[in-house]
Design a protein around this ligand. Structure first.
Ligand code: C2E
Ligand code: CA
Ligand code: CA
Length: 406
């Protein structure tokens, strides 16, 4: 019966699932109607109800491996979308840790309740809640505890000055001179050391605090750019700031950007927004509107981690972007892996054909720098040139304005 992807079609009168059988998936009714029937221990069939398009049936199967508790029969021809237990588990694994914890705890309790009630009615029934289930559920608790702690501590940490920005130079690959910087958040917790942005940024996104955080980063980074230019005597440098999908959903986002630019006394062309493919796809209409306004005002828009996020390139045509940042993973691999090399040269060719600028990130060696320059990449970023640094150090770096031969 399975046809395209996960859709199945059943005819009126077909049994979709039978009471007592093992169940491996739930179904979302796309079209048609079904009826739910229950066979009592006496053999008598009871009619429970009917369900139509948009409802979920057989959902217990995505929770545990118990047998179907009722029979479902199509009363019309139906199209059903299958949701397997594995698919559900995968979606849950990808969810925010607090959501995962809540869901897993509720599911564990629910299984426990079911097990007790089945045991009460049927002592021969095998236990549903195994030791492995409980261990698996509880393995996710530390992540959730950490996420809640981070979410609670962020605002006070910001106020206490524990959150700072580092600036990593982005250099012109023709001569190694700094062209701009990327602002990167740093969180140093007294007595506990640094916390990586790869850990706390997703928590801020999940807890809704990222919009306030981005706003702080933006204002701080743009003011710092003014000071770095004044301190180094260099002009026309740019500052790249990372944004998350939620930043783009606030309608006044472009106005706040323009206001921060005005307050810092820099030109809009000195501001580059770094966004990911994932962000564009989360809210394409919002992103389209916001980015168009930002580009019209003169700001740059870079696709960060390019090549890792999304399998379709059609968005390159749809969104007003001007720079691709080739993901660090390709650069790291380029000398050892022919496929990474091929990918990079394809991205460079694609960017060039579309009139986009190219930044390679994660350049750690002279060889990588030289190869990327020879391939036609415009700008480079990575430990080979400079690490992310505090404002004072990055001002001194810009003041040297030295060329790097490679
Ligand atoms: P990203 O935007 O891809 O930033 C580049 C990351 O690569 C930074 O990690 C940087 O320190 C690191 N990096 C730069 N050059 C090299 C190199 O040569 N080798 C290696 N191994 N790494 C290099 P960091 O600072 O840990 O930031 C991690 C991620 O956290 C960032 O990845 C970005 O996605 C996110 N992030 C950091 N600050 C912010 C922020 O203010 N807002 C948002 N939304 N995200 C941020
Ligand atoms: Ca970035
Ligand atoms: Ca990146």
């Amino acid at each position: 019966m399975p046809e395209r992807d996960n859709r199945i079609h059943v005819k009126a009168g077909d049994i979709v699932m039978a009471q007592g059988e093992a169940g491996h998936c739930a179904y979302l009714i796309e079209s048609g109607r079904i009826e739910i029937l229950l066979t009592a221990p006496t053999g008598e069939r009871q009619f429970i109800g009917t369900r139509g398009p948009g409802t979920l049936i057989g959902e217990m199967a995505i929770i545990d491996e118990g047998t179907r508790s009722a029979t479902i029969r199509a009363i019309e021809d139906c199209a059903l979308l299958e949701i397997s237990r594995a698919d559900f588990a995968r979606r849950l694994d990808g969810a925010d840790p607090i959501l995962q914890m809540a869901m897993r705890t509720i599911l564990a309790r629910f299984r426990d309740l079911m097990q007790r009630s089945r045991l009460m009615h049927d002592v021969a029934h095998p236990p549903l809640l195994t030791v492995e289930d409980v261990e698996r559920d509880h393995a996710h608790l530390p992540g959730a505890v950490e996420a809640i702690t981070i979410a609670n501590e962020f605002r006070p940490a910001l106020e206490a000055g524990e959150i700072t920005l580092h600036y990593q130079p982005i250099v012109d690959l023709r001569d190694g001179r700094p062209a701009g910087f990327e602002a990167l958040m740093r969180w140093h917790r007294p007595g506990r050391g640094p916390l990586s942005p790869d850990i706390f940024i997703p928590v801020l996104e999940a807890s809704g605090q990222i919009v306030a955080a981005s706003d702080w980063v933006l204002r701080e980074a743009l003011r710092a750019l003014g000071r770095i230019e004044a301190g180094s005597g260099r002009r026309g440098l740019f500052m790249s700031v990372n944004f998350s999908a939620q930043d783009f959903t606030t309608p006044d986002f472009p106005d706040r950007l323009l206001e921060a630019i005005g307050a810092a006394g820099i030109a809009p062309s000195q501001v580059h927004l770094e966004i990911t493919e994932r962000l564009l796809m989360a809210k394409p209409e919002d992103a389209q509107k916001t980015l168009t306004r930002c580009r019209q005002a003169g700001m740059g828009v870079s696709i960060d981690d390019f090549g890792t996020g999304y399998s379709s390139l059609s968005y390159l045509r749809a969104f007003p972007i001007d720079t691709l940042k080739i993901d660090r993973s390709f650069v790291t691999d380029m000398t050892a892996n022919d496929n990474s090399m091929a990918l990079i040269s394809s991205i460079v060719a694609l960017g060039k054909n579309m009139g986009l600028k190219l930044i390679a990130e994660g350049i750690e060696t002279r060889d990588e720098a030289a190869m990327l320059r020879n391939m036609g990449c415009n700008l480079g970023q990575g430990y080979f040139f400079a690490r992310p640094m505090a404002e004072e150090a990055v001002t001194a770096f810009a003041a040297q304005d030295r060329t790097i031969a490679f």
